[in-house]
Design a binder for this molecule. Structure first.
Ligand code: SF4
Length: 568
């Protein structure tokens, strides 16, 4: 209050407040001069200039001077509408308001006592003259029945105890329908299994199955459908969603560009700033929406939400110029119970990133673990490993990371910690981090360790598109500048193409027998892998992003004939 230039002129820009924050800022009077965040000894303040919100009432706000959202997506009837955007800018809040999971507070914090009738009449008034007026009118009359697939599927075993069949029976008592959906989503063989012992991929498919089985649903909401699924299951699940939702309406939040392109009819871009505000663009066609998102600019709103456009025009098939072989291995067979995986010989060179793709349960992680624990043929090379499922604990992020001497090294600060935006996480417990934050922390911890080979198992899970690309850059800079090597297992083809120098393809019978091929060039690897899936990709004319060809289309047939499945 003593330092704010507006207060010094006699106005109450910063004022004492009776809430537990003890102080507030009048957002109309504040000029955004930026003095108070600089002098606050506790780093407690951030001042952000919001885009022009004149005439716009916040739809929902988390506390005084807190995070707020301004819009809702238009739900197009009989179509699949998506929302794309960064993590932490309100996508889940939007879904929760639309599904009645939370009540919007219109930026006021004293609405808990109003009746449902009054609440809906405010919403209907706010969206008068738009399609949302109709939506909330129907929602208030309970004419909309929502089927919802939550993002945090890992919490399902905590709230439901029993078998997969018992869970599905709670939403559908029609045995035939249940059996048919379970077969389509490849969960028929685990119906008698306890929910508590399912893998991430199985749990994701069961959650999707339960959502799609909900009787008489008129609106399906899917909050991230691809986490833990391999590329084959991603595309299969997307096809099943399309089939079931064909005559219905759906809203999807997703980060996998290929799946979004395949699934969506329409798209809203959500932009804003983490912890400050979230806004939605108007509705766009899926193709235009994805391209605008990658371009970082929405013409209709004249809003630029990223400095640089994202382009996939990478010379992925350039000849390999690296010559120093870092490590090589001979053909090996690894056995675990009734499962075995045979991996052909191969090598990794200094500064090289080897991508590993293939279905789940083919022994990719087993191979990586054997690399991680190998001695002898891998010499005395030290290996740092980021697990697929990251353990949570009560330890502070700072205590965990600062145990590595590299934590205070300026190289690691500049090339690892800063780009992964670790600073805001330092004072938090690992168990409190969101999925995306936990992933960033685990990648940073892996790279802080002194090693020659870095092994990262599914580094894109729960990351938004921007963070996926940032992680690509961090890994690329790290292995190049430090002269190290990395193995990456992931199911996001766009990310793998962007990041990898070589590709190892795993094939076989999931859960029974796996076969890992020697590392090959990106072109050979992608062609080999996609041939098994019978999928071809074309490139978008502008940003060169890969897009799936329609099965049997002229392009699909031509590319299959010439053997070019990905780099056509
Ligand atoms: Fe005052 Fe706003 Fe400047 Fe802070 S940013 S000192 S509240 S005018």
């Amino acid at each position: 209050m003593k330092s704010c230039p507006v207060n010094m002129k006699g106005a109450d820009c910063i004022y004492e407040d009776k809430t537990d924050k003890k102080a507030g800022i009048d957002e109309i009077l504040c000029t955004g001069c930026g003095i108070c965040p600089k002098i606050c000894p506790f780093d407690a303040l951030t001042i952000i200039n919001l885009p022009d919100t004149k005439g716009l009432e916040a739809l929902h706000q988390y506390g005084l001077n807190g995070f707020r959202i301004f819009h809702l997506p238009l739900i197009q009837e009989s179509a699949i509408t998506g929302i794309v955007g960064r993590n932490g800018i309100g996508k889940s809040t939007v879904i929760n308001v639309l599904s009645k999971t939370i009540r919007a507070n219109f930026g006021k914090f004293d609405l808990s006592s109003i009746s449902d009738e009054e609440y809906f009449s405010r919403l209907i008034q706010l969206f008068k003259g738009t399609a949302l007026q109709n939506y909330f009118t129907k929602l208030s009359r309970e004419e909309i029945r929502i089927a919802y697939k939550p993002q945090q599927i890992v919490s399902i075993p905590h709230v439901f105890k029993g078998t997969v069949n018992e869970l599905l029976t709670r939403v559908c008592d029609d045995e035939e329908r249940k059996k048919s959906m379970a077969e389509k989503l490849h969960v028929a063989h685990i119906l008698d299994r306890d929910i508590a012992v399912l893998s991430g991929g199985e749990l994701q498919r069961v959650a999707l199955c339960s959502c799609l089985l909900k009787k008489d649903a008129t609106l399906y909401i899917f909050d991230e459908v691809t986490n833990y699924l391999d590329i084959y299951e991603r595309l299969n699940s997307a096809s099943v969603i399309k089939e079931v939702v064909a005559s219905n309406t759906a809203l999807v939040v997703e980060h996998d560009l290929i799946v979004m392109d395949f699934l969506l009819d329409f798209l809203h871009i959500m932009y804003g700033q983490e912890g400050a505000y979230g806004m939605l663009t108007g509705v766009k066609s899926a193709k235009a929406g994805i391209n605008d998102y990658l371009g970082g600019y929405s013409k209709e709103e004249n809003v630029r939400f990223r400095d640089k456009a994202i382009s996939f025009d990478k010379d992925s098939v350039s000849e390999d110029k690296r010559i120093d072989v870092f490590v090589s291995w001979g053909e090996r067979k690894i056995e675990a119970g009734n499962f075995s995986v045979t991996v052909q010989d191969g090598d990794v060179k200094k500064g090289e990133i080897v991508g590993i793709i293939g279905r789940n349960a083919l022994g990719k992680s087993l191979f990586l673990k054997s690399v991680a624990h190998a001695e002898g043929e891998f010499g005395m090379l030290a290996i740092s490993y980021k697990e697929q499922l990251i353990e949570r604990s009560d330890t502070l992020v700072l205590s965990e990371l600062s145990q590595f001497p590299n934590y205070t090294d300026t190289f690691y600060q500049m090339y690892v910690l800063d780009p992964l935006n670790i600073a805001p996480l330092l004072e938090r417990e690992i168990s409190d981090l969101s999925g995306g934050e936990l992933q960033r922390f685990a990648i940073a911890r892996c790279l802080l360790q002194d090693a020659q080979i870095y092994v990262l198992d599914e580094p894109t899970a729960f990351l938004d598109i921007e963070d996926r690309l940032k992680v690509s850059k961090v890994l690329r800079n790290f292995v190049t500048l430090k002269g190290r090597s990395a193995f990456i297992v992931d199911h996001d083809l766009v990310f793998m193409d962007y990041l990898s120098d070589k590709l190892m393809v795993f094939e076989g019978k999931p859960g029974l027998e796996g076969f890992g091929l020697s590392p090959m060039s990106m072109r050979d690897g992608m062609n080999h892998f996609l041939k098994q899936l019978k999928i071809t990709f074309r490139r978008d004319d502008g940003n060169k992003r890969p897009r799936i060809n329609k099965l049997g289309s002229v392009k699909d047939q031509e590319q299959k004939k010439s053997g070019e499945y990905y780099y056509a």
